[in-house]
Design a protein around this ligand. Structure first.
Ligand code: AKB
Length: 340
């Protein structure tokens, strides 16, 4: 008998660690995690962890032979800045690995005669506004607008959203007896900020980097202009969004890809909030024009009314609560503990 599991890829990354902690709180969840890297020591008891490459098809085949997969949270990805530096590798990880996992989910669904749920975090990178004037004009973008990404990562995410929809509707549906399809669900996240982990390889990273640098007394040079603005969300809300979407009755879902967001701030507004908590912080602005152009192509805000309507999505942290109740106290405590 294969062991039934929830499978999390990219589990050692920022969202992966937070999601694992949350899912592991329910004893009935048996969790299989995978990443190129080990899990941090404090999380190692929470799952069976496989250190390996999603592009290793033999390894994936072995996992399928040992585990019956109920749901896949496919978090592994190369983020936007890194993907511009290594576009081909990004395509392999972000697209080809996703395709392999969708095939596994489809085969498992057919074998079990029950849909495997496939939860896919997409991103505001799926949008691409052509210039700053257009961005200023179209303030809150809906799911079907401006789907013209300018980064490899954005193209990868947008295409995988489409692939997921294809697998859930049409894959192998020409046969006389139509097998069950996968249950594909996706959220487009804004920039994410965690009090525990610092992202790497993304372009929204200036917000968490600024905050974590200030908390450690390290000067920080922000790589976008003061008025560059995109939407953000703190990690507890990001994990809640994934779990709320996963738990929503399928019949209530009117779409497969949903915007979710919490608050929209400019880089200067983030700096002001960081300075209010860490008055001695040294924060300067030294734009990297290439990374800034990526941020300028992302919407200033996104419209998440479909998620609010269909599965009662609402963030628990607006900008004030995010900083005062989560980010600042948790970060202060965390770095104080590390100094002991
Ligand atoms: C990135 O900056 O690449 C990510 C994202 C916005 O998806 N954080």
């Amino acid at each position: 008998m294969r062991k039934r599991v929830i499978f999390i890829t990219g589990a050692s990354g920022e969202v992966g660690q937070a999601l694992l902690k949350e899912l592991a709180q329910h004893a009935e969840n048996q969790i299989l995690t995978m990443d190129l890297h080990p899990l941090p020591p404090e999380l190692r008891s929470l799952s069976t962890h496989v250190e390996g490459d999603l592009l290793n098809l033999r390894l994936l085949a072995r996992l399928v032979s040992e585990y019956e997969i109920d749901a896949i949270y496919h978090l592994a990805a190369l983020l936007s800045t890194r993907a511009e530096i290594q576009p081909e590798e990004a395509h392999q990880v972000n697209v080809e690995a996703t395709l392999q996992l969708l095939k596994i989910a489809a085969e498992e669904s057919q074998w079990r005669k029950r849909s495997v749920q496939f939860i896919f975090p997409s991103s505001i990178a799926a949008y691409g506004l052509p210039d700053r004037e257009t961005k200023a004009h179209f303030q809150r973008v809906r799911e079907f607008e401006w789907n013209q990404p300018r980064t490899m990562y954005g193209c990868n995410k947008l295409y995988c959203e489409q692939l997921g929809s294809y697998f859930s509707r049409y894959y192998r549906q020409l046969a006389a007896e139509q097998p069950p399809t996968i249950d594909f669900r996706s959220v487009r996240f804004p920039g994410l900020i965690s009090a525990y982990t610092i992202p790497s390889g993304g372009t929204s990273d200036y917000a968490p980097e600024m905050l974590h640098a200030a908390a450690q007394g390290i000067p920080y040079a922000c790589f976008v202009r003061e008025d560059a603005r995109i939407p953000f969300m703190v990690m507890p809300d990001a994990v809640r969004a994934l779990l709320l979407l996963a738990r929503a009755p399928r019949a209530q879902l009117t779409r497969q890809v949903y915007n979710v967001t919490s608050f929209s701030l400019s880089a200067a507004q983030i700096r002001d909030r960081v300075l209010a908590a860490f008055p001695d912080a040294v924060i300067t602005f030294q734009p990297d024009l290439k990374r800034e152009a990526i941020v300028d192509s992302w919407p200033a805000d996104i419209d998440d009314s479909a998620a609010r309507m269909d599965w009662n999505w609402a963030p628990e942290y607006d900008a004030d609560r995010a900083f005062s109740d989560y980010l600042i106290p948790t970060i202060k405590q965390r770095y104080a503990q590390l100094q002991l």
